[in-house]
Design a protein around this ligand. Structure first.
Ligand code: NAD
Length: 486
């Protein structure tokens, strides 16, 4: 029997929670048990139209507020959402599988991001220009782009929404959110909680339905001025093509295949802890997960042994019944299949399986999408685990002898999201971090995403940027005003 009452949520349009116009619904399943744990409406084109119109109407008054006024309203709304962190975190744990402690903390982090941007909105500055004639006056100011469509994935359902929602709201934009069908509950409830906390009706609307139908209709709606999306690179390409037809502003955070280079002089305990943290947290379902490790030949075996010991200590279970467990189930059965396929591919091409490689044994894991933290060694570049996005708890190891060869191996990928370096040498820090083709380089840590640092995927990993004070400008357009005085 399911210990958690099912969550049947509604669309959030113009401050109201309401069903789809035709009453259609889609189920949400627990990754821990496979049971139905909730449902959401399958929005129709009429619902999409209502959501965009609500955002369009609200834009008139929301954009007319000063950024100081918006900051107060956003902060009041997030203060209310923080009181709902347990409820929202439970929804996330229920649908995504992330342990409850981590889900709750994702809600708090998302509120922090909204607050950060509420304060950033106040700091948007234009400029004045010296002119060619003393009777001209010239200045540049920024104005919000309008209604934004925010399309989000399932791995960090609320956090990745906040990276878009924060700058959008602070800039004076209104939004229509379209979360993924895998984890629609927590983002839907998050938007409704913001409205309950005083965000004016119509500022944050949320509708649920399929990406290829509802998502594409949202992108192509003539009143939607900007699209921000996090998801796979293939979906990003499709979205960019659709938006290009209408010359819309677009920002995309896409896939990753992130390398870690561990130098001969690295602090191996630290490197091992970070490989565990960034390789396996959220079951490796993170765009910034460490997927492949290049370890200097002299320390490779010592590092692998440390990682093996820590990986085997990780606790796995249903993160709703045991909130402090390290790993819950993966979000989808597909994720388990891809992880298994990548392990089999690597082993068939000569890799050695050090630990993991399968679901944990036992009745408790029989129905959920569980997969043990997996370490492979003797990997080579042609193996999927070193090349494709596994999006699972699988890390491949390969040795290197020279810094140049480590850089070449790390950069030999279509992706360019995050790269990790472990060294205590300043010269190696600078040389490696400058040579690595990634929008973010982390040296001796795994704290990738911070509100103040831009997150801009290079190569197939993104288009535009999120996070940092610059992200507000993704939701603003500049206007040059030039006046001739009499
Ligand atoms: P996905 O691309 O399948 O879906 C992402 C979102 O796009 C969903 O809401 C989906 O419904 C929607 N969508 C799908 N097809 C669409 C279409 N044709 N038009 C409009 N919308 C469409 O990705 P996912 O499986 O939900 O998420 C996992 C992916 O996200 C991984 O590739 C991962 O690396 C990436 N990701 C990137 C970052 C980052 O910041 N770079 C962060 C987290 C996840």
């Amino acid at each position: 029997m399911n210990a958690h009452p099912p969550a049947h949520l509604e669309l959030h349009i113009s401050g109201q929670n309401r069903p789809a116009t035709d009453g259609a619904r889609q189920e949400v399943h627990s990754p821990a048990t496979g049971e139905v744990v909730g449902s959401v409406p399958r929005a129709t084109s009429a619902d999409l139209e209502a959501a965009v119109q609500a955002a369009h109407t609200a834009f008139q008054s929301w954009s007319a507020l000063t950024s100081y006024e918006r900051e107060k309203i956003i902060r009041r709304a997030t203060a209310h959402v923080r009181t709902q962190a347990d409820y929202l975190g439970r929804l996330m744990a229920l649908e995504q599988g992330k342990p409850l402690a981590q889900s709750r903390s994702e809600i708090g982090g998302a509120c922090d991001t909204l607050d950060y941007y509420a304060a950033e909105g106040v700091r948007v500055e234009g400029w004045t220009n010296p002119t060619e004639d003393r009777n001209y006056r010239s200045w540049v100011q920024y104005q919000p782009v309008g209604v934004c469509g925010l399309i989000t994935p399932w791995n960090y359902p609320v956090s990745l929404l906040s990276w878009k929602l924060g700058p959008a709201l602070a800039a004076g934009c209104t939004v229509v959110v379209k979360p993924t069908s895998v984890t629609p509950l927590s983002p839907l409830a998050f938007c409704a909680a913001l409205t309950a906390g005083g965000l004016p009706a119509g500022v944050a609307n949320a509708i649920t339905g399929s990406g290829s139908v509802l998502g594409e209709a949202l992108i192509q709606h003539r009143l939607v001025a900007k699209i921000a999306m996090t998801g796979s690179s293939d979906t990003g390409r499709r979205i960019l093509g659709l938006a290009a037809a209408q010359l819309k502003k677009v920002s995309l955070e896409l896939g990753g295949q992130c390398p870690a280079i561990v130098c001969a002089d690295a602090d191996l305990d630290l490197a091992a802890r970070m490989i565990i943290y960034k390789g396996f947290r959220n079951c490796g379902q993170s765009c910034s997960s460490i997927n492949r490790v290049y370890a200097h030949t002299s320390i490779h075996d010592a590092l692998v042994e440390r990682v093996r010991v820590l990986a085997e200590k990780m606790s796995i279970g249903d993160g709703l019944t045991d909130p402090q467990v390290d790993l819950g189930p993966m979000a989808t059965a597909d994720g388990v299949q891809t992880s298994l396929a990548h392990v089999h591919d690597a082993v068939s091409l000569g890799a050695t399986l050090i630990t993991g490689g399968a679901a944990p044994a036992g009745e408790a894991f029989a129905r959920g999408h569980y997969f043990r933290p997996t370490v492979l060694t003797q990997c080579t570049p042609e193996m999927k685990v070193m090349r494709d996005e596994t999006f699972g708890p699988v890390v491949g190891f390969q040795t290197f002898d020279t810094t140049e060869s480590a850089i070449a191996l790390a950069n030999d990928t279509a992706y360019g999201l995050v790269a990790y370096v472990f060294t205590q040498d300043f010269n190696a820090t600078v040389r490696l971090s400058e040579a690595l083709e990634a929008g973010t380089v982390c040296v001796n840590h795994g704290a990738v995403n911070t509100n103040y640092g831009p997150y801009a995927g290079w190569k197939d990993s993104g288009y535009g940027l999120e996070l940092s004070r610059r992200a507000v400008f993704e939701y603003l357009k500049p206007k040059h005003i030039k006046v001739a005085l009499r």
